[in-house]
Design a protein around this ligand. Structure first.
Ligand code: ZN
Length: 81
């Protein structure tokens, strides 16, 4: 018999069989997902703090300038079809 403490909710989990604790070191799938979400949030925050150069186009807008890929500047030009 073994036991461990869930790092998410500090719940003490007692395991009779190592294979009987699929969510170890968490007590449940919920706590496992909560911990994952926490890590993803931390990562997201770190990566978005500095502005990535790829997301800033030459004209200073937050999105890349796609006008160069547009063959038609007037979307209404095909409305007579
Ligand atoms: Zn837990």
């Amino acid at each position: 018999m073994n036991h461990y403490t869930c790092p998410t909710c500090n719940h003490k989990v007692i395991v009779f069989d190592r294979l009987a604790a699929p969510y170890r070191p968490f007590c449940s799938r919920r706590c496992q997902l909560l911990d994952l979400a926490k890590w993803f949030n931390e990562e997201y925050r770190i990566e978005t703090a500095p502005t990535p150069p790829d997301f800033t186009s030459a004209n200073g807008t937050a999105f890349p300038d796609y006008s160069a890929f547009c063959t038609s500047s007037d979307p209404q030009v095909e409305s007579d079809a």
